[in-house]
Each structure stands twice: as structure tokens, then as C-alpha cells.
Design a protein around this ligand. Structure first.
Ligand code: ADQ
Length: 470
């Protein structure tokens, strides 16, 4: 019989990676991430379980304990991975929820498998949750889990958090199994979003599509109340500040600038290689400023780090080609031997190197066409200490609601992006430091543990303490 828990997290991925030790043994290692950092205290306090996919296809590993968390792997076959994850999650729901910036594809067999896999996750949660336990379901891959789980276990408190945007009614209505998805979410007691606007889209949709009544943010469903609300996610701010202040990271930041030829302005972009992130338009803005003579190679240099992502999905393959063509074009037209205009890394970098890059960059460009939050923007701010620096930020990132002292721009307007970049580059250092300090103060109080605590308090999970009380 499976170990039972009073607190259960259900997410597509488990917070662990399998690594091979120097002796050739396979071992599980925690994979660092904001979510697991935030939830770790709650999970250990409640003998919590995390249910998710461990990576790989075929049989799942047996459940195990790691650093005080019970890990409960869910299996996926190769075909399920293709249909549930790459298909329904990342070629239907992901583009649709991001303003359809790429055209969503709809396939019956994808949604059938999405249903099957969601049911498997719900069953795993029903199996490990104690009587009256709290279950917190994460993100767009698992939107049917709340209602499936409620049917199996009406005694549970169920929360759901959507990490990506929730679209306006007109867009959501495109989806062939729209009512089923909505009912899936309404199985939760609390549905959390990054933004107020997303929560409003959700309650309005419930009325529009299912004729449900709502008062404020509370929807009446079968005699129950389902609350919707905004809970903007954040980062482990103190940890990020500490990392960036580390002498080895500072030394590496200096070294990066030296290797770039100590230019006046280092411009940085860090993203998963995703079409929502606005990587191409950022490169294009940089190219046009070079062409206009407003920037010069040598004075200004750009680094673009793009983590490989969802490489088997067609839109992502096309994007890679487009981004790499643009990088090639810029370097071809403006680079000199030994001095490229853009340094492009199609790779993932470790946390230390990432912090050093943030510390080395005068201007950070975060220009998504649509983004639930965007944690890169917040990480950059936490890494600046008192050295100033400027954030160019898209109005369409959730982070723009909080980071008002950034240089905001409309990513659909190329001139607007160029203008914001130039203003950021030419701003007075004192002005930049002032802006940075305001945003840093905000992030110190609005960190990821506060996010988790606010959500769980609203869900009514009694005595969850944040680590300051622990
Ligand atoms: P993502 O779309 O993945 O997340 P983001 O919020 O920017 O986007 O998080 C990316 C994370 O990956 C950051 O912590 C960043 O440091 C890291 N990362 C990015 N590129 C990297 C690289 N090359 N090497 C190493 N690390 C890299 C989704 C939503 C967001 C929402 C988050 C959390 O799309 O809008 O903010 O979930 O809710």
C-alpha cells in the first residue's frame, strides 16, 4: 500500500533528475527550481508527496523518498508523450493560451490521450492522499485532474494553479473540448492564476459557457463554491541575491565582460527557445539599431542564451531555424573578425553561470509576446545588487504588472522596442539605480514562499508556516 500524505503536489514533472555517478550507478538528484524550493517546507512538514513524470518512457520507477519528500512517479509511454505532452499540451493548449501567437493544432487522438493521462495522475493522487488531505495540482498539462479527483475523493481540498496565461473567452471558445476543460478546472476549490485579468477571464467563461453564477471571484458549482484569484509567482529572492553576491560569481561576471572585449553595453536575453518569448523581434530591434548607426559593434554586444525546448514540436523546429538565421544575418552584416555582434548559445547554463551573466549585463531584454509571469525578469533584478542595470520588459509579460520601473515596451511595435532599448542604454546611472532599488525591495517581500503561502492560506491549509516561522 502506498504511503499516504496530508499534502500532495501533482505536476507534470517530478522535481528530480536521474544522474549517473562516476562509478556508473544511476541516482536521483533534486532538480533545483522555484516551485520545489517554495513548497519544500510545506512538503516536509506534512510528509508530503509529489506526483509527476520522471522523464523517460515505459515503466515508472518505484516511489522513493528524497530530501524529506515522497516521490511518486507516474509512467508515460512513448505514444502518450507524443500525444498528451507534445500534442495536446504543447501544440494545442500552449499556443491557444498564449494569444494563439502560433496557430493551435486540434487533434482528437491528442485529447483522448490527454484524458487518459490526466486520469492516471488523478488516480495516483487519490491513492496517496490521506482522508481530508490537500492536493495542489499544477499547470496546463493537468487541467482535468481537479474534477476527476473530486469524483474519486470528495473529501479532499483541491487547489489548482495555472502558470501560463488564461485566454479571453473568444479564444478559449476555439477549443473543441472546451467545456470538459472548464469543468475539469471547476473540480478545484481554488483556481489560481498569475494575473487578475486571467482570473476574470475564467469566471466570465464559467458564466458564458456553462451558465454558472458568480459573485466577485466566487463561482457557484453544484452547491459548492469555487474561488478564482490572482497569485503572481516569484523567485527565491534571497537565494538569488546571495548567489550573485558570491565572489566567484562576481569574478566570473568580470571575466565575461573582459572576454567580450569590455564593451560599453552588454545586452542579454535568456529564454527557453519558445515562440512566445519574442527572441526574433529582440534580435531584429538590435539589428535595426546597428543598421541605423544608433549602436556600434564593439560598443554594444548582445548575448542570447536559448535553452533547447520541446524540440520534437514543429513550431519549435521552425523557430530555431528563424532565430539562427537572424543571428547569422546580424553577425554576417555587422560582425568583425573576433568581434561578433551577437553571441548565441543554444544551451542550458547552470545557476552560477546564469547569475554571472545577469551580473555582467547592463541591459536585460525580456520581450515575450505573451508570458504568464517570466521569472528571468525577476532573477535579473535580484542579481544586480547596487550596480544598477536596466530591464527592458514587454507589457505582455505577467511580470510587467509588478515591475513598473522597468523600461516597458509593446513587443508588437518594433520602433517601441528599439526606443525602449535605447532609453535603457542611455539612462543615467543614478536613475537606473533608483529604479532597480524599488523593484528589488518589491521582490524581497514578494518572493516565492510568500506566493505559496498566500495560495495555501486561501485554500485553507491551516498551519502552513513559511520558513521565517519555521
Ligand atoms: P517558462 O516559460 O519556462 O515558465 P520563465 O518564467 O522565464 O519561463 O522561467 C524560466 C526558468 O528557466 C528561469 O528560472 C530561468 O532561470 C531558467 N532558464 C531559462 N533559460 C535558461 C538557460 N539557458 N539556462 C538555464 N536556465 C534557464 C512558465 C511560464 C512563465 C512562468 C513560469 C513560472 O511560461 O510565464 O513565469 O512558468 O510560473
Amino acid at each position: 500500500m502506498a504511503q499516504r500524505s496530508s499534502f500532495v503536489v501533482v505536476a507534470n514533472r517530478l522535481p528530480v533528475d536521474e544522474v549517473t555517478t562516476p562509478d556508473g550507478d544511476k541516482q536521483w538528484r533534486p532538480s533545483p527550481g522555484g516551485l520545489v524550493t517554495a513548497l519544500h517546507p510545506v512538503l516536509t512538514e506534512h510528509h508530503g508527496t509529489w506526483i509527476g513524470w520522471a522523464g523517460g518512457t515505459g515503466d515508472a520507477p518505484e516511489p522513493f523518498d528524497l530530501e524529506g519528500i515522497h516521490i511518486h512517479p507516474v509512467p508515460l509511454s512513448g505514444e502518450e508523450l507524443e500525444r498528451y505532452y507534445e500534442g495536446q499540451s504543447n501544440a494545442t493548449i500552449w499556443p491557444l493560451y498564449h494569444d494563439a501567437v502560433e496557430t493551435p493544432a486540434y487533434k482528437r487522438r491528442w485529447r483522448e490521450t490527454y484524458r487518459v493521462v490526466n486520469h492516471r495522475f488523478a488516480q495516483a493522487a487519490a491513492q496517496v492522499a490521506d482522508e481530508g488531505a490537500t492536493v495542489w495540482v499544477q499547470d496546463y498539462q493537468l487541467q482535468l485532474v481537479p474534477s476527476m479527483l473530486r469524483e474519486m475523493r470528495p473529501d479532499l481540498r483541491i487547489g489548482f494553479f495555472l502558470h501560463i496565461p488564461f485566454p479571453p473567452i473568444e479564444l478559449f471558445m476555439q477549443m473543441p473540448f472546451r467545456a470538459e476543460i472548464l469543468r475539469g478546472l471547476l473540480g478545484a476549490d481554488l483556481v489560481g492564476f498569475q494575473q487578475k485579468l486571467a482570473a476574470q477571464n475564467f469566471v466570465r467563461l464559467a458564466r458564458h459557457l456553462l451558465g454558472l453564477r458568480y459573485e466577485g471571484q466566487s463561482i457557484q458549482v453544484d452547491g459548492r463554491k469555487v474561488k478564482a484569484g490572482a497569485f503572481p509567482i516569484s523567485i527565491d529572492t534571497r537565494e538569488m541575491e546571495r548567489l550573485a553576491a558570491d565572489p566567484s560569481v562576481q569574478a566570473r561576471a568580470k571575466q565575461i565582460r573582459a572576454e567580450l572585449g569590455d564593451p560599453k553595453t552588454v545586452i542579454l536575453g535568456v529564454d527557453r527557445l519558445d515562440y512566445t518569448k519574442g527572441i526574433e523581434l529582440r534580435l531584429k530591434a538590435f539589428r535595426e539599431l546597428l543598421a541605423d548607426g544608433k549602436l556600434n559593434v564593439g560598443d554594444a554586444v548582445m548575448i542570447q542564451v536559448a535553452t533547447p525546448s520541446r524540440e520534437r514540436v514543429e513550431h519549435y523546429q521552425t523557430l530555431r531555424v528563424k532565430v539562427e538565421r537572424e543571428v547569422g544575418r546580424i553577425n554576417g552584416e555587422f560582425g568583425k573578425v573576433g568581434t561578433p555582434a551577437v553571441h548565441y548559445l543554444h544551451q542550458s547554463v547552470d545557476k552560477q553561470e546564469l547569475a554571472a551573466m545577469y551580473a555582467a549585463a547592463d541591459v536585460m531584454m525580456v520581450t515575450p509576446l505573451r508570458d504568464g509571469m517570466n521569472l528571468v525578469a525577476k532573477e535579473y533584478i535580484a542579481c544586480r545588487g547596487d550596480s544598477g542595470g536596466a530591464l527592458v520588459l514587454s507589457e505582455f509579460a505577467g511580470a510587467a504588472t509588478e515591475l513598473r520601473q522597468s523600461f516597458l515596451c509593446n513587443p508588437h511595435d518594433p520602433d517601441g522596442v528599439k526606443d525602449a532599448l535605447l532609453r535603457a542604454i542611455n539612462a543615467e546611472p543614478a536613475e537606473l539605480k533608483r529604479r532597480m532599488r524599488v523593484m528589488q525591495r518589491h521582490l524581497r517581500t514578494h518572493d516565492v514562499s510568500r506566493w505559496a503561502k498566500t495560495f495555501l492560506d486561501e485554500l485553507g491549509v491551516g498551519e502552513t508556516s513559511d520558513d521565517s516561522e519555521g
